[in-house]
Design a binder for this molecule. Structure first.
Ligand code: ATP
Ligand code: MG
Length: 463
């Protein structure tokens, strides 16, 4: 049985109403009718528009006040409130703290009280998954790469141990057998990416290691493994190819094609902070092709409306940002590929990341997400990726983010509308600017519903 969390309203008109969760989600409570729990004014008083947010990852649950006027209380102790002289729209001076909730805790916001019930009956993983892993195909012949001392010094013990055990015939790590770690490419909040080389075929690959920061649990591991398998079925010239994956020594490892030129952020830095219009458009049109394919492709594991998992159409990325657009050249032409399609969000939804969505920092994802993705997290449609692609284009052209951010990115996404692109840089051609601004419209819904529609509008704006 899975762990569940139930919230029960214990006061007022809605007393007795319950909400049960068996998977990771974030849940916003407030007066505004776009909250996950919208609390009507006529039933409960003293609730702010966006009052507090819960990060639910059964059996764990955390809460954070969103700078409410009257505060959020746990068992009658106040855990957060905005300063009395501060307006809801004002930038909050520091990141708001987050609190862990226990079974039986009572949350009070205004006149409403909710009781938290946690049922934990989870099975802890007793054996490693994925005994069978496919070996990657060798790519073009490469010379043997020699890591130097500075590069090897940056390699973590986790990566070294994985490769060592793989070469000692650990069958869960068979995929990594005969690979050598060449250098660390980069890190993120749940793992690391390395350049690796096969010592027989000389094929190079990128090895992504994702380290769950919560207790090993079979259902979570299976759920995330299914998401990687979904991603592995995507084969498209503008989506980074997954060569294989596995789970062993309590970490996930994914081998994917290596992109020597790095990502769009690296290119922006090399070009002085911005990318010229033709090049940026060339990149984003390819990204839109990749997204369009992923959004319509059949994949093996999709959660259906009835809760069952079966094959279904369309895989969302939900974390498209310049760092996840990788570049290479083919016949001296710049080729862009979407990477990590769905990975970070699936890791989060499977409950494997300890990083709460409520604590995402500026180097994380809220910078390129529409408000729909914050508010209706589980109900996202392809349009959230289309919005993110417009945000990436905006960023490439101006070096700026579409909306202004202060210290509390959560509230900023909900309250700050995107700034028209020509206010950032008035050299952007007018028709192109109009299409980008349109693509960033979020209210009442995202303007372009599909990647194909946005692509067509962009092409028309420059012809
Ligand atoms: N296949 C790859 N080829 C070359 N570089 C890669 C590859 N995959 C990732 N990288 C680079 O490795 C670094 C770390 O990537 P990683 O995906 O872990 O972080 P991220 O993209 O910032 O976060 P996220 O987990 O949200 O995707 C980034 O600079 C990224 O561009
Ligand atoms: Mg990435």
């Amino acid at each position: 049985m899975q762990a569940t969390i139930t919230l029960t309203i214990t006061t007022g008109k809605l007393a007795g109403k319950t909400y049960t969760f068996d998977q990771r989600t974030n849940f916003i409570l407030g007066r505004s009718d776009d909250c996950d729990l919208s609390i009507p004014d006529e039933f409960y008083r003293r609730v702010s528009r966006y009052h507090c947010v819960l990060d639910i990852n059964p059996p764990e649950i955390k809460i954070k006040d969103l700078g409410s006027l009257n505060g959020t209380y746990i068992n009658k102790h106040k855990i957060g409130q905005r300063e009395s002289n501060q307006a809801a729209k004002d930038t909050i001076s520091s990141e708001l703290p987050e609190y862990e909730l226990k079974d039986g805790d009572e949350i009070t916001l205004g006149d409403m009280v909710l009781r938290v019930t946690i049922e934990n009956n989870v099975k802890v993983n007793s054996h490693d998954q994925n005994d069978q892993v496919a070996l990657p195909k060798p790519n073009n012949y490469q010379p043997k790469l020699k890591p130097n001392n500075t590069e090897t010094a940056k390699i973590s013990n986790v990566a070294k141990t994985l490769i060592k055990l793989a070469n000692e015939d650990n069958k869960n790590l068979a995929l990594l057998c005969n690979y050598e770690l060449i250098k660390l490419i980069g890190k993120n909040s749940f793992g690391e990416v390395y350049l690796v080389q096969h010592n027989q075929t000389r094929a190079t690959a990128a090895l992504k290691i994702m380290i769950p920061s919560v207790v090993e649990e079979e259902s979570r591991i299976k759920k995330f493994a299914q998401e990687i398998e979904n991603l592995q079925t995507l084969k498209h010239p503008h989506i980074v190819d997954i060569l294989g994956y596995g789970y062993g020594e309590k970490v996930f490892f994914i081998l994917m094609e290596y992109h020597k030129l790095g990502n769009v952020c690296n290119l922006m830095k090399q070009l002085g902070g911005k990318i010229p219009v033709p090049m940026a458009l060339g990149i984003i049109l390819q990204v839109l092709d990749g997204l369009n394919y992923a959004h319509s492709q059949e994949v093996p594991y999709i959660k259906l409306a009835n809760g069952n998992v079966n094959k279904g159409k369309g895989l969302l990325h939900r974390n498209l940002k310049p760092d996840n657009i990788l570049l290479s050249t083919i016949n001296r032409k710049l080729v862009a590929k979407v990477s990590d399609h769905g990975l970070a969000k699936s890791f989060y939804i499977a409950g494997l990341s300890g990083q709460a969505v409520t604590k995402i920092k500026k180097d994380g994802e809220p910078l390129f997400i529409p408000r729909q993705q914050v508010l209706k997290f589980q109900e996202c449609k392809p349009d959230v990726d289309v919005w993110a692609s417009a945000a990436c284009l905006y960023n490439m052209l101006t070096g700026c983010l579409p909306r202004d951010f202060g210290n509390e990115p959560w509230l900023d996404v909900l309250q700050n509308d995107p700034v028209p692109i020509r206010q950032r840089d008035d050299s952007i051609p007018t028709r192109l600017a109009e299409v980008i601004d349109l693509a960033l419209v979020e209210k009442p819904h995202i303007h372009f519903q599909s990647a194909a529609a946005f692509k067509q509008a962009l092409v028309e704006s420059i012809t």
